[in-house]
Design a protein around this ligand. Structure first.
Ligand code: FUB
Length: 375
């Protein structure tokens, strides 16, 4: 990922020179004890805010780095399932090897703007029997007294698959199933339960997320990451499938989700301001299904709407302008009648792989369209 060319990228050198924001500005709370921090946390925990930029929201926690927040309300409380970013010294490359996360921490809060609790390690890569490396963006669901944590991680052959782990508690600890979900692929699982009780998983991400390597239906390791469709070919779409009632498997073959332009035609691969890149999320509002996603190298959060969880989804516009940092990842959730978007940027570190999660209100116009957010 050539994120250094992105205008919102602040190099570590520049950020070190920037004016420090007073720490007192940060009101987000955390109560993880010093003892429970990993060595990686201690080595890289952000001590200062290193930018003179103005931000719409503050980091929800600042003693660990967090990203890719999937937020849910379970039993009236807000739970956030983020990636836990760490510094591992992996050199940056287009495969995203420097995103070398090893565990998950779950955050919770009673209300938006309230105290944020970090519940410590909920799942460690060493406890996932089939996993190799890189625990990326997770999501979670609740059904019949069990909490399900869905996570992408590379297997021992370095192929991203999606696993599932279960717990009686929303904050874990979670126990991973012995194998990945059969048929799962790529990254960024997002799980949506419809009003009829059926649950669907959306997944996929190109480049480091490997989606382009599945074009034939089988993983093709020989293809370089550049092996996307040509710029005039139809862009790759995210994948989806309904889950079985026990939430552990797919109940149908994995399908591609169609995202169409306002002209009814699918986006082309060269249309990188509109085409899907990674980080899909589905929510329902007024009986419409909203599929939102990152456009990746153009750093936008876009959305498209449809009449079914299967799509097709028709492009409606941009939800959020680029955040500071290369990656853009979000979730959208209703809390007490208001809608919120959880997202991340790199305010605390200035480094694209050391991110911090944030939240802000998501507002809609009377016709259901979403107002643009400037993060
Ligand atoms: O956190 C690793 C990857 O970065 C996620 O899977 C992507 O969505 C991007 O945020």
């Amino acid at each position: 990922m050539s994120f250094k060319n992105h205008p919102s990228f602040v190099s570590p050198t520049l950020s070190a020179l920037a004016v420090l924001m007073p720490l007192a500005m940060f009101t987000a709370c955390q109560n993880k004890s010093e003892e429970s921090k990993t060595a990686a946390d201690k080595a890289t925990a952000p001590a200062t805010a290193a930018s003179s930029r103005k931000y719409l929201s503050e980091p929800l926690v600042k003693d660990i780095y967090t990203a890719d927040p999937s937020a849910h309300v379970f039993n009236g409380k807000i739970y956030i399932y983020p990636s836990h970013d760490i510094e591992t010294g992996m050199p940056e490359n287009d495969n995203g090897d420097h995103f070398a996360m090893r565990d998950y921490h779950i955050l919770s809060m009673d209300s938006i703007g309230g105290k944020v609790t970090d519940h410590g390690v909920a799942l460690d890569v060493k406890d996932i029997p089939w996993a190799g490396r890189q625990l990326w963006a997770p999501d979670a669901a609740f059904k019949n007294g069990t909490y399900y944590l869905y996570f992408p991680v590379k297997d021992k052959q370095d192929v991203f698959r999606i696993g599932v782990a279960t717990s009686a508690s929303p904050t874990g600890p979670f126990k991973a199933q012995p194998q990945p979900i059969p048929g799962s692929l790529s990254i960024d699982p997002a799980v949506f339960t419809d009003t009829d009780g059926k649950t669907y998983m959306y997944m996929g991400g190109i480049w480091g997320g490997q989606l382009q390597r599945w074009r034939t239906g089988k993983y093709d390791a020989s293809k370089p990451k550049e092996q996307e469709p040509g710029p005039k070919e139809v862009a790759l779409g995210p994948k989806m499938a309904r889950l079985t009632s026990d939430m552990l498997r797919f109940d149908e073959p994995v399908k591609e989700v169609q995202i169409l332009g306002q002209d009814g035609k699918p986006f082309l691969s060269g249309d990188n301001k509109h085409r899907f890149f990674e980080g899909g999320w589905l929510h329902k509002y007024n009986n419409k299904y909203y599929f939102s996603y990152s456009t990746g190298d153009t750093h936008l959060l876009a959305y498209a709407t449809g009449d079914s969880p299967y799509g097709p989804f028709t492009y409606q516009g941009v939800i959020m302008n680029p955040v500071e940092g290369w990656t853009t990842h979000h979730s959208i959730v209703e809390v007490n009648g208001k809608w919120y978007i959880f997202y991340h940027d790199t305010e605390l570190s200035g480094k694209t792989w050391l991110r911090n999660v944030k939240v802000t209100e998501l507002k809609r116009k009377p016709d259901g369209s979403i107002e643009l957010i400037n993060p």
